[in-house]
Structures are given as structure tokens and as C-alpha cells.
Design a protein. Structure first.
Length: 214
């Protein structure tokens, strides 16, 4: 695998977004492969294998080798501290928002990266890019992702959200904020995660997503 995938790619344009999705997928695939090797070595030594711990150790090693390791204390220099939620601490820059993800929802670094790619495919106007892995040496590792900052925006109404999702080809389910099409199920699409700007454009900034297996 070409290690150039770990170089930062600026956002903007469909080709660039496709490149970033390919880059994130490549990182997830490489982590998955390295985890399999690491787990096999632990099993050969009769040691207990915990998948998330394995991912964190492999991610730390990879990030340090490839130059995208972020000491946790440096996270505070990314931008002004923003709102913190169940899953993310945010740091606000001039044009972007950095999200430091604690993995509480996904439970897996690889799963989070794959969800990021799905988000980018469904909601390209708020597409994420990968920034790095933050943490303390030998301890918890948290992915850092970047998203465009939506200026002068307010929470969208439920009617706005339902209309927008219908325009994307999603059907509303019986659960509020949950939608489906033939390929994806998307939920937590609620006013706290969806913004509308001064021109009336809708932006889904956060959502839970899974790919449906037919």
C-alpha cells in the first residue's frame, strides 16, 4: 500500500471528496489488517485479545510512524472549544470544526472511519476529512475528524428535515429522526444534528448510519 494516502488532502470539489473517501477507506483497511496480525500474535502468546484495545495500540503505532499522531494536550490548540456532545468534543476554527471522537457510539475506530465514509457519500455538503489520532502514549486513542463550519445557522425543524431526507430518496420510519432507503438506515437525524443557514439550505452535521445487508 502506498503510504502517500496519509498525506493531508484539502477539501473542495467532487474529485477531492472522492479522494478523501478513498484515503479514509485505505486507513480503515490498513488498521483492520494490522489488527488481525496483532491479534494473531497475542493469541499465539495465549494473551487475551480486546478488539478496541488492539485498534488503539495499532492506531497509535501507525499514526506515529506516518506523522498524524496528536498528543492529547495539543488538541486544545486546534481551535476554540465548542459544544461537547455524547460522542464528540469540538474545537472551532475559522472555516472548519475539529471533532475529537470518544468512540462511545461506534465502539471501534475502524467502524467510525467506515461510518464517516458513508456520511460523506450521503451528505457531501458536510463531508468529513480525517485529521489524525489523538491520545496519551499507551492509553486511549481518539480519532480526530474535520467538518466544514456552517456559519450563521440554526437548528432545522422536523418538517425541514423530513422534506430534505425525502429529497435524498429516504423514507421516514415510525421512529422520529430515523430514515431508510434501499441501501442505508440513518438515524438521530434530529434538529440538534441538522442545521439550516440564512439561505434555507439544510446541512446534516451528525447522524448515525448503517449499511443495510440485503
Amino acid at each position: 500500500m502506498n503510504d502517500d494516502i496519509f498525506q493531508s488532502i484539502p477539501q473542495g470539489g467532487d474529485r477531492t471528496k472522492d479522494s478523501e473517501n478513498s484515503r479514509i477507506t485505505a486507513i480503515a483497511n490498513k488498521l483492520e489488517g494490522l489488527c488481525a496480525v496483532y491479534e494473531a500474535q497475542l493469541r499465539d502468546g495465549s494473551q487475551h485479545v480486546n478488539r478496541l484495545e488492539t485498534e488503539q495500540r495499532v492506531a497509535e503505532t501507525l499514526a506515529k510512524a506516518e506523522g498524524f499522531w496528536i498528543p492529547m494536550m495539543d488538541v486544545f490548540h486546534l481551535g476554540e472549544p465548542g459544544p461537547s456532545g455524547h460522542e464528540n468534543d469540538t474545537y472551532v476554527g475559522e472555516t472548519v470544526i475539529y471533532k475529537v471522537n470518544n468512540l462511545l457510539n461506534s465502539g471501534s475506530i475502524v467502524a467510525l472511519l467506515r461510518k464517516v465514509v458513508m456520511h460523506n457519500l450521503i451528505f457531501p455538503d458536510t463531508a468529513y476529512s480525517f485529521y489524525g489520532f489523538a491520545g496519551f502514549d499507551g492509553r486511549t486513542v481518539q480519532p480526530v475528524i474535520i467538518q466544514p463550519r456552517i456559519a450563521e445557522a440554526r437548528p432545522a425543524t422536523r418538517i425541514m428535515i423530513e422534506t430534505y431526507m425525502a429529497a435524498l430518496g429516504f423514507e421516514k420510519t415510525t421512529e422520529e429522526g430515523r430514515f431508510r432507503n434501499e441501501r442505508y438506515e440513518v438515524w438521530d437525524v434530529l434538529p440538534r444534528n441538522v442545521l439550516v443557514d440564512a439561505e434555507g439550505d439544510i446541512f446534516v452535521v451528525d447522524a448515525e448510519i448503517k449499511e443495510l445487508i440485503n
